[in-house]
Design a protein around this ligand. Structure first.
Ligand SMILES: [Zn+2]
Length: 127
């Protein structure tokens, strides 16, 4: 484990749940909008252990990879304690382009995972 991972991947249960949710939601969104995962390379980040968070190798298109990096770092460095749902937060720390994208991801993947009966009911506390 690198020093970066020690700093960003704190063993905080709410944080770990949110990081796993972000990975899962962006993975579902990318698969549904940008085609089969196998066409994209395995994503690896210096800041987070994605294999552990996803439970498998993660394949994302370049755009979703950038969004995931932004989202994981923002969530891991959130100074709010307790963290409010992002939509109720006064800070809005996401860059505007990523904020638009993550809202689309949350809407699409939230609905998709509810329909498939596979969702942690706490996901709405995240974004
Ligand atoms: Zn994608």
């Amino acid at each position: 484990m690198t020093a970066m991972q020690t700093r960003f991947d704190r063993p905080d249960r709410a944080l770990q749940r949110d990081l796993r949710t972000l990975v899962r939601f962006i993975e579902v969104y990318c698969h549904d909008h940008h085609g089969p995962a196998r066409q994209w390379p395995t994503v690896s980040l210096q800041t987070h252990d994605l294999h552990r968070l996803a439970g498998h190798d993660l394949h994302l298109c370049p755009e979703c990879r950038k969004l995931l990096q932004h989202a994981l770092v923002k969530r891991s460095t959130c100074p709010m304690d307790p963290k409010p749902a992002c939509k109720r937060c006064p800070r809005h720390c996401y860059a505007p382009v990523y904020r638009r994208q993550i809202r689309q991801v949350m809407r699409h993947s939230g609905r998709a995972l509810v329909l498939r009966g596979r969702i942690d009911y706490l996901w709405h506390l995240l974004f």
